[in-house]
Design a protein around this ligand. Structure first.
Ligand SMILES: Nc1ncnc2c1ncn2[C@@H]1O[C@H](COP(=O)(O)OP(=O)(O)OP(=O)(O)O)[C@@H](O)[C@H]1O
Length: 643
């Protein structure tokens, strides 16, 4: 294979029919009049079709924009907020009971309302007292802003109420609402001192500062609560107690950090220095930093380093770097456990600081693409289980990852990778348009094991369908033409696909989403893809099947893999070229695995009339055993096999 150097436009103009198709694809993308072009059905022996089929590709913009880790966020927060909700519900029930008992009957409505309000206030105060009286660790007076407050500290929260002088009217007025800060949101506590410019130590004590996170939707922001009290003794008592209480939370103290300086706009180092390092310093988290020098550097460091020294690993980069580190963590766990085949749960969690172009994993896990949110999740010790896949070929492990695309997804990425010299956005647009212009379905056998849990839209696929009933597992097999096949163990959210590329799967549900896009017209395919970025349902097309799966096997029926030489010869000779018999030694099918191009080589000498000798198979297995930081988590394996 070799990269062509001709400019994209020249390539497209090389053949008028190709230019027409590119323009049609562009029209569809930009919402202009959509030309209807239907593909001819696959014919055996039509090698020209086969060649162009291999040039089909997937929306790079989608595949690349798609996305544990020290993460999550969602389940941690959800379970906690559910608890809080439960508590609120209980207290509301209590309130209602008390109200029923205490409200006197036969009074006027106004008096009743006043009485009820007072009772509510009493209940609220009692509730706050109740919640904290048992476990009050400290109580004191601090100034918050300019007002003095009565501050209560329990093992889980800090509560402050303004101290207001009693007046005859205060009974009628609404009492001040207490402020609350949960200690689980506090990542650092410091003594505040008055220092003159240039003074580095000492200084008069002013009080205690608590550094915490504030939630704004899915985003976490830094916040500070200042408790002012000039008494050094009082302040130190509070400081020491707060420090001790914070040690009860399981948080990292020493992290191995990998920074990929070449990610996207080469801003990773800057992002780390500006947004992450200060937070780590504030939270007293020590770091051991490696700035990667090449692809595979992080993996080789991870294979050698002493993991028991660290509390976690942090990746500053894009999806490719995340995938490399996830792969390294799972591989290392397997090596350490001397378990070459069965995935073993890694000892360390992985923190992801997004610095790539799409950051699908970070978006899926954090809900937003924000380095500060990610860093706060790390220092606060939030953890999330995430399903992972293993991809293997010929029974050999290729890599571990979160998502894989075959067909349009793999081909578009392969096409874009060959134009690395182009700026990122131009390269993507070029690959997308060119692949759409050559949209061809892949003829393959798709087998999958439905997940034991719920499946969605298990519509019958056209063509042949048969069931291989093994002793324990029931494989569903479809033979047909597919424009794209995606397998995703996470929802793959990104700014370009806000609901995700696989909205029906979650981070750790023990299954993967299989999205099989059958053969259709270009305009329908583009319509389907465009729905990922809108609020419309992208799967409500007859040619799209979605399944919750635990294993997938894909066998392309093509004789040859996708090679640059073949593409070039297609360009030169046009599509009407007669089908040659090709020996495809070294040819490979491009797969898009977590935004990285993985080409699976065919090791068999192939002849056109000996189709059965060449097969590529992908199997995804889900092991209900947990891969990342979880007692009950799940892991997902994909084996990519060719024979
Ligand atoms: N110093 C380096 N030079 C070149 N490549 C590197 C270097 N360090 C790491 N890599 C590799 O670069 C690949 C891409 O990195 P990454 O995904 O972080 O960036 P990106 O492709 O710009 O981001 P995204 O995947 O979000 O588009 C990874 O496979 C990683 O192993």
């Amino acid at each position: 294979m070799h990269a062509r150097t001709r400019p994209a436009r020249r390539l497209l103009t090389a053949c008028p029919s190709r230019l027409r198709r590119a323009d049609e694809a562009m029209c569809c993308l930009h919402g202009d009049k959509t030309p209807e072009i239907h593909r001819k059905p696959a014919r055996r022996g039509d090698f020209g079709w086969l060649i162009s089929l291999l040039h089909v590709h997937l929306p790079l913009c989608l595949s690349e924009r798609e996305i544990d880790l020290f993460v999550l966020v969602e389940s941690v927060n959800m379970s906690e907020s559910e608890k809080e909700l439960g508590e609120q519900r209980d207290s509301t029930k209590k309130k209602k009971k008390k109200k029923k008992k205490e409200t006197p009957s036969g009074k006027t409505k106004k008096k009743q309302q006043q009485g009820e309000r007072r009772e509510q206030e009493v209940v609220q105060r009692e509730q706050v007292e109740e919640e904290h009286s048992d476990s009050v660790v400290l109580r004191g007076i601090f100034k918050l802003g300019k007002k003095s407050h009565d501050v209560l500290l329990t093992r889980t929260r800090l509560t402050w109420t303004p101290i207001t002088p009693e007046t005859p009217t205060t009974g009628e007025a609404c009492p001040p609402q207490p402020g609350v800060l949960l200690l689980r949101d506090v990542y650092a506590v410091k003594v505040k001192r008055r220092r003159s410019a240039g003074q580095e130590s000492g200084g008069a004590v002013l009080g205690v500062a608590l550094f915490c996170c504030r939630r704004r939707g899915r985003r976490l922001e830094q916040d500070t609560l200042q408790l002012h009290n000039a008494s050094a003794e009082h302040t130190h008592t509070w400081y020491n107690t707060l420090k001790e209480l914070l040690t009860a939370f399981s948080r990292p103290r020493y992290l191995k950090v990998f920074i990929n300086p070449s990610s996207y706009k080469k801003e990773s180092v800057h992002i780390y220095r500006e947004h992450v390092a200060p937070l780590f310093k504030m939270a007293d988290v020590r770091t051991d930093i490696t700035v990667t020098e090449r692809k595979g550097h992080a993996l080789s460091v991870m294979k050698e380093c002493k993991l028991d020294e660290y509390d976690g690993v942090v990746c500053v980069g894009g999806d490719g770097s995340v995938a490399e580190l996830c792969h390294a963590l799972v591989l290392r766990a397997q090596l350490d456990a001397d378990s070459p085949e069965k995935p073993v749960r890694p000892v360390l969690p992985l923190g992801i600081i997004p610095a790539g172009s799409t950051d699908v994993v970070s978006c899926s896990v954090h809900g937003v693409r924000d380095p500060v949110t990610a860093a706060l999740h790390i220092v606060l010790g939030h953890k999330q289980q995430v399903d992972m896949c293993s991809f293997s070929s010929l029974g050999q492990l290729v890599c571990f990852g979160f998502s894989a695309m075959f067909g349009f997804g793999g081909q578009s990425l392969a096409r874009a990778e060959k134009k690395r010299w182009m700026p990122t956005s131009r390269r993507r647009e070029y690959a997308l348009v060119k692949t759409l212009a050559r949209l061809r379905p892949e003829d393959c056998q798709l087998s999958f094991l439905p997940a034991k849990t719920s499946t969605r839209n298990l519509s019958e696929h056209r063509d042949n369908q048969d069931l291989d009933r093994g002793p324990e597992e029931t494989w569903t097999t479809n033979q047909g033409l597919y424009l794209n096949i995606s397998i995703m163990s996470i929802p793959c959210l990104s700014p370009h696909a806000p609901r995700g590329l696989a909205p029906n799967t979650s981070l750790a549900n023990g299954s993967a989403a299989l999205i099989a896009v059958g053969n259709t017209s270009r305009s329908e395919f583009i319509k389907h893809m465009k729905r990922y970025s809108s609020s419309s349902e992208p799967f409500s097309f007859s040619f799209v099947d979605t399944h919750a799966v635990s294993a997938v096997r894909i066998r392309p029926r093509s004789l040859v893999g996708w090679t640059e030489e073949e593409e070039e010869s297609e360009e030169e000779e046009g599509e009407s070229r007669p089908t040659p018999i090709i020996q495809s030694e070294g040819a490979a099918f491009p797969w898009n695995i977590d935004g990285e191009l993985v080409e699976i080589a065919n090791e068999v000498l192939v002849r056109y009339d000996d189709k059965k000798n060449l097969r590529n198979i992908i199997i995804i297995n889900i092991l209900i055993d947990g891969v990342l930081q979880s007692e009950t988590g799940t892991s997902l394996m994909i084996h990519l096999i060719s024979n």
